[in-house]
Design a protein around this ligand. Structure first.
Ligand code: GDP
Ligand code: IMO
Ligand code: MG
Length: 423
């Protein structure tokens, strides 16, 4: 039998590209959907049949009832938030037991990790990362420091291990003079979450996934965050704490690079960023406000305003290179339906020099060089195929394809499952 393959769907900008929607659309073509990195810092929105769900830790393939969904070893999981998310899905009629499998190697986010997240941010003052406050950084730090708790730990002498790590965190908080916190209620819910988690299939998901592949089944790896938030390749230190890129698929699921077939790179027809850090194409004018309002660019997790700007081809090409992107997916094209003109950054001018290479550091003297396009000024939702799209829109899409050398295979023109054009 022919071996199955892993396709990866990765956000290639600053997250919130629309990964949830496209994973949901793609799921019927796969046997398994797996998350490989991140945790409840993610907020993936799925809209269909007038219903809306925002998933945090659970893969977006969960709405197809005959598919297996996996939370892989590269993820971090907060039992209390997981319980809330899972119960919401169960209440909506999606039974998870038996088809949501969780890696015993995934790390646990403790209530004190969240306090540490706040304490580190407070200590950074103006240089804060603007994290989601979900304890992501401290949890991955403990993983790297080899002191973290894993999902598998809840199966053996858990109370003891939990008490030891909590005590360690409390000592750090004391040393930081960060003592004004109370986790009593949160901890109670968290421990309930731990009990709830025990009812799930906690397993060696890397062995399971490799077995599926051997059986000829195909896996869709669902990215979280985006390339520019990758711990190695993003705009460090304004990044998240995991590898959100294609390398993270291998380590975060336990599959080899030769098992990966397609790498779908997803981006919006404009750009957004939430949290601090450099964003050269950011718009501080009315156009930026229009993108935010029309695109509803407010964080799915924190409700914060998303910063808005034009597409940045320098960053996009860098992300395509890092991930080995084979196909592009362009989202939210409809948000710019009424725009007279649209711009795209094709290079950076740094200290009088023009470059199209993504620099080590983005500093204040960097200026994007733009190419301008005429807007299409019509509702893209009217069209049922790529061929029917107005010429002005096709010029925009085809310019991005020429510049990146990668085909744009899917165009999304609305948040609903159905508002998706496949070429
Ligand atoms: P993710 O984190 O990458 O899954 O993306 P988010 O769910 O955080 O943000 C994407 C937002 O855009 C969600 O509110 C989606 O419902 C919405 N969305 C997705 N695709 C489209 C589209 O083509 N057009 C419009 N207008 N909204 C979209
Ligand atoms: P999805 O999967 C957008 C950002 C935070 C912050 C930085 C670090 O929905 O695309 P963290 O809490 O991870 O330590 O925060 O990363 N960030 C995201 N931005 N979408 C996300 O996820 C994000 N997850 C984290 O805003 O700037
Ligand atoms: Mg999101």
């Amino acid at each position: 039998m022919k071996k199955g393959k892993v396709d990866a769907l990765l956000g290639i900008v600053f997250g919130d590209e629309g990964k949830g929607k496209v994973v949901d659309v793609f799921t019927p073509e796969y046997d398994v959907v797996a998350r490989f990195a991140g945790g409840p810092n993610a907020g993936h929105t799925i809209i269909f049949e007038g219903k809306k769900f925002v998933l945090r830790s659970i893969p977006s393939g969960i709405f197809a009832k005959d598919k297996v969904n996996i939370i892989g070893n590269g993820c971090v999981i907060a039992p209390d938030l997981f319980m809330a998310e899972a119960k919401e899905l169960e209440a909506a009629g999606y039974d998870l037991k038996g088809r949501l499998h969780i890696s015993k190697r995934a790390h646990l986010i403790l209530p004190t990790h969240r306090v540490l997240d706040r304490a580190y941010e407070a200590a950074k003052g103006k240089a804060k990362v603007g994290t989601t406050g979900k304890g992501i950084g401290p949890t991955y730090s403990d993983k790297a420091a080899r002191i973290g708790l894993r999902v598998g730990d809840i199966l053996d002498r858990f109370e003891e291990k939990y008490a030891a790590l909590k005590a360690r965190h409390k000592q750090i908080l004391k040393d930081l003079h960060y003592t004004d916190y109370d986790i009593t209620d949160e901890e109670k819910l968290w421990l309930e979450g731990v009990e709830y988690l025990r009812g799930f299939h906690l397993t060696d998901t890397e062995i399971e996934i490799n077995r599926y592949l051997k059986e000829g089944k195909n896996v869709l790896a669902e990215g979280a965050q985006g390339t520019m938030l990758d711990i190695d390749h993003g705009t460090y230190p304004f990044v998240s704490s995991s590898n959100t890129t294609s390398g993270g698929v291998c380590t975060g699921l336990g599959v080899g690079p030769t098992d990966i077939r397609e790498v779908f790179g997803i981006f919006k027809a404009y750009s957004t960023r939430v949290g601090s850090g450099p964003f050269p194409v950011e718009l501080f004018d009315e156009t930026g406000d229009t993108l935010r309002e029309v695109g509803h660019e407010y964080g799915a997790v924190t409700g914060r305003n998303r910063r808005c700007g034009w597409v940045d081809l320098v960053a996009l090409k860098y992300a395509i290179m890092i991930n080995g992107v084979t196909q592009l997916i362009m989202m939210k094209s409809d948000v710019m339906n009424d725009f007279e003109t649209i711009r795209v950054a094709t290079a950076y001018e740094i200290g009088g020099r023009t470059t199209s290479e993504f620099p080590y550091e983005i500093t204040g003297d960097l200026r994007p060089v733009y190419t301008e396009f005429e807007g299409w000024k019509c509702d893209l939702r009217r069209y049922g195929s790529y061929e029917e799209f107005p010429e002005a829109f096709k010029r925009y899409v085809e310019f991005i394809e020429r510049q990146t050398g990668v085909p744009v295979k899917i165009i999304s023109v609305g948040p609903d499952r159905g508002e998706t054009i496949v070429r």
